[in-house]
Design a protein around this ligand. Sequence first.
Ligand code: NDP
Length: 391
Amino acid sequence: MKRRITILGATGSVGQSTIDLIARARDSYRVVALTGGHNVAQLARDAIALSAEIAVTAHEDRLDDLRARLAGTGIEAAAGEAALIEAAARPSDWVMSAIIGAAGLRPGLAALEQGAVLALANKETLVCAGALVRRVAARAGARILPVDSEHSAVFQALAGANMDAVDRIILTASGGAFRDWPVERLEHATLAEASRHPNWNMGQRITIDSASMFNKAMEVIEVQQLFDVSPERIEVLVHPESLVHALVGFRDGALMAHVGVPDMRHAIGYALHWPERRALPVERLDLARIGQMSFAAPDEGRWPALRLAREVMAAGGLRGAAFNAAKERALDGFIAGRIGFCDMARMVETVLARMEGDAALIDGEMTLDNVMATDHLARRRADEAMAQRTG
Ligand code: NDP
């Protein structure tokens, strides 16, 4: 029996690495759906190469282009958010959630509702709506497997151990593009400089989030939600070489680390073949050649995103959705050249403070409607804050 596979965000960095693994063992898989955004050329190419049942673009104005590229192939073409959700809801055994941003939430929930194994790269899903996502997964009997490299590393280092035996979880952070910059220089960091990651080859948005540490901040919230661990047990450790992806500290003092080359196909492949470990086309680490690794405590003055994430976790409610939405808009503003690099954290902090005036919403029940309402309101507040800042 072929395994039925769906890839949400197939045209992105994680999506393409997933396709690379699937394409190497095509006969083992039946590809149900591939989804993408603007890049319909890539989407159509992959849908044809993998004989997908359906290809969906998020953007309705790209549908004609997608249809034209798929003409005569028998592959369905569709567009828009409802079509993305419908594709995710088609029966599949394994769904990769690799859309970027809060846009990944609803399709991910649809995949969980149909009981698929959800390989979760889209960290926003858990940051915005962790309790809701876990509730839906439990109700449907669906399994979430982490794909974010640090979270996959924690999952692997835990090796099924009882969480009672866990003292702490340590997420490593490369420190991003600016780890060695003097803090004063960060104010003037350009888009080109922030878009170059020293170790990982990733999409532009997550690369910038790595430079600002918003990516790690999101991951701290994600790890709390995935493993149900209290915030004070989650630590961040700067590790410039990006070889140790995470460590789990047990109550007997043992530290179990996951060590490997920075290649997302490792975490994706682990989630694809779990609970087995199969051969993967990733480079073997030669520790003798590497010689040494370094570690340092993060400087929260340099990276206010980490402090903000701790505040969000401490206050709880729907603040994760507000945090993510404000961060997404701040990132849009930085990419568009409207605000500076350090303004992103200032903007998120401003939005979070203003959202405290909407306590009925952010301390409300975690339903999808409330999450979406929080997301929309935080985006509006972020746009207001940006307009004030840019005059
Ligand atoms: P990319 O930006 O490379 O790709 C994002 C994917 O989502 C693309 O297929 C894109 O389509 C699609 N997309 C963009 N906007 C929308 C939208 N509004 N609705 C539906 N689809 C959309 O992202 P990454 O692959 O880098 O990251 C994906 C997720 O995985 C993120 O949540 C990220 O944090 C997480 N992650 C990424 C890692 C990495 O190595 N890149 C590592 C760990 C986690 P198109 O390009 O066609 O417009």
